[in-house]
Ligand binder design. Structure first.
Ligand SMILES: Nc1ncnc2c1ncn2[C@@H]1O[C@H](COP(=O)(O)OP(=O)(O)OP(=O)(O)O)[C@@H](O)[C@H]1O
Ligand SMILES: Nc1nc(=O)c2ncn([C@H]3C[C@H](O)[C@@H](CO)O3)c2[nH]1
Length: 215
């Protein structure tokens, strides 16, 4: 059975949570939203990444693992569609960027064990935007711990997403990936842009449902 499980992904501040909420509302899907402020290390991490990266990455990994396990049990396996503002792969993108080699080796082993049985999304929405757009949105959102966000860090993470998404598509040809350029499409202020994106999401869902019927 094809149960829509959509993950919205992209760099910090690109609009994942905003678009996830719009999709959940439009299609009456269950929304899975990460609450980053639950990570007790994030504030310290932004002040000293080297010192706090392992605790921060481990917390995000365990937290997302718990959330996805629960969402699978309560919704996906019960046939209820879900839209999430992350995919578990983001953990590895951040970890590779922030951890030193020996911690990364340990992290990879734990990641492999924890993620092997997690549900995989069948649709990914990949959001991208230029550095200046990301900075502007992070600034407008005004989270205190992001107020001094290092622009190199933000750009590198954004580049990591740009390199990784094509690899992901190659490795998972069965998963629909919708690309949205956040500099061109403004789904917050432009209703037509939002409608266009929602129509693309609907088409991807219908494709999944139709394929499922014919197999
Ligand atoms: N397309 C858009 N146009 C203008 N503003 C936007 C757009 N998308 C999001 N925003 C604004 O940018 C800010 C960041 O958006 P949001 O919190 O959805 O990003 P995010 O990708 O979920 O962030 P994070 O990576 O920190 O979880 C919010 O204030 C939101 O209202
Ligand atoms: N280090 C690190 N690892 C992660 O897996 C991760 N996921 C999100 N974040 C940061 C980005 C935003 O500031 C804030 C909200 O997304 O939390 C992360 N930081």
């Amino acid at each position: 059975m094809f149960v829509p499980f959509i993950a919205v992904e992209g760099p910090i501040g690109v609009g994942k949570t905003t678009l996830t909420a719009a999709i959940a509302k439009t299609f009456s899907y269950q929304q899975l939203q990460e609450i980053s402020s639950e990570n007790p290390f994030l504030d310290q991490f932004y002040q000293d990444k080297e010192k706090w990266s392992f605790q921060t990455e481990m917390f995000f990994l365990c937290n997302r693992y718990e959330q996805l396990k629960q969402i699978n049990k309560d919704y996906i396996s019960a046939g209820i569609p879900v839209v999430a503002d992350y995919h578990i792969f983001k953990n590895m993108l951040f970890a590779q960027r922030t951890l030193e080699a020996s911690d990364l080796a340990k992290y990879k082993e734990i990641y492999r064990i924890l993620t092997q049985d997690l549900p995989m999304p069948n649709i990914i929405i990949s959001l991208s935007a230029s550095l200046s757009t990301l900075q502007q949105r992070i600034h407008e959102r005004g989270r205190y711990y992001e107020s001094d966000m290092d622009s190199d860090y933000l750009q590198l993470l954004s580049d990591d997403y740009s390199s990784y998404i094509p690899e992901f598509e190659k490795a998972h040809p069965d998963i629909s990936v919708l690309h949205i350029d956040g500099d061109q499409m403004d789904f917050v202020r432009n209703t037509q842009d939002l409608k266009n994106i929602l129509a693309r999401v609907d088409a991807a869902v219908q494709k999944g449902l139709n394929l499922n019927e014919t197999t």
